[in-house]
Design a protein around this ligand. Structure first.
Ligand SMILES: CC(C)(COP(=O)(O)OP(=O)(O)OC[C@H]1O[C@@H](n2cnc3c(N)ncnc32)[C@H](O)[C@@H]1OP(=O)(O)O)[C@@H](O)C(=O)NCCC(=O)NCCS
Length: 208
């Protein structure tokens, strides 16, 4: 039993849309989204559908947690056997109503960067690991411990399973933050057709 995870709320199918809204708002200033969608309303729309896929996929094939029933923050995790996301599996995890109005061409702007990041992940991560796909806390709750609570609870579990954890980020502030949780940089590369850098990070089990 993992007491730390018991302090979080594991999300189900009915939570996919509210959780995607929380991640959309949390990632409003994420460098890749800002660069690809300078217009804020376009950015929010694309990010919402992007996170619908991520949360839906996580609920179906991995584990998605909220910091509390109020959903101050959300973390999406899955194991390496479910990476990379397969279209067939996405179709089985995202609400049908969302697929019907999915803005394929709008979200397509993120595709090249997403493909690049996926390739770095495949190349640099060990074969068996947990993937922290996304973690976000609503702006008004950031810096108050919710992100730490979401991340640490799962690290107790990954330590118990003796598995490493992989994540990537294009925000240098996150790199320092994740180092604080025991992650180390395993790859740093320029993201094609952007001015951004992608950091791949790995945390070996038990590393503080
Ligand atoms: C990243 C994010 C999830 C962190 O959540 P948060 O609730 O703001 O974080 P917390 O207040 O729990 O702080 C987490 C820890 O990081 C530490 N930290 C914060 N900034 C740091 C920095 N620059 N260097 C080192 N440590 C740092 C804090 O001290 C805290 O450590 P502690 O728990 O030991 O006290 C949140 O800021 C967010 O949603 N950002 C926007 C979305 C995003 O970029 N997500 C990550 C990309 S995958």
């Amino acid at each position: 039993m993992n007491v730390a995870l018991d302090s979080l709320v594991r999300l189900r199918k009915a939570d996919i849309k509210p959780a995607a809204r929380v991640l959309t708002e949390s990632f409003q200033q994420y460098p890749l989204l800002v660069q690809k969608y300078p217009d804020e309303s376009q950015r929010n729309k694309a990010a919402y559908y992007f996170f619908l896929v991520i949360v839906g996929y996580g609920v179906r094939w991995g584990e998605v947690y909220a910091s509390s029933p109020r959903m101050e923050g959300i973390a999406v995790w899955y194991r390496s056997e479910y990476f990379p996301m397969r279209f067939r599996k996405i179709l089985r995890s995202v609400p049908f109503s969302a697929l019907l109005c999915f803005p394929w061409s709008g979200v397509g702007r993120l595709q090249k960067a997403a493909d690049f990041v996926e390739a770095r992940h495949q190349l640099t991560a060990p074969s068996e690991h947990w993937f922290l796909d996304s973690v976000g806390v609503l702006p008004q709750y950031q810096g108050k411990g919710y992100g730490g609570k979401l991340i640490r609870a799962m690290l107790v579990r990954t330590d118990m399973e003796r598995l490493p954890v992989y994540l990537d980020t294009m925000d240098e502030t996150d790199v320092r933050r994740y180092e604080h949780f025991g992650f180390r940089i395993i790859d740093k590369s320029a993201v094609p057709k952007t001015t951004l850098t992608n950091w791949s990070m790995l945390r070996e089990p038990g590393n503080q």
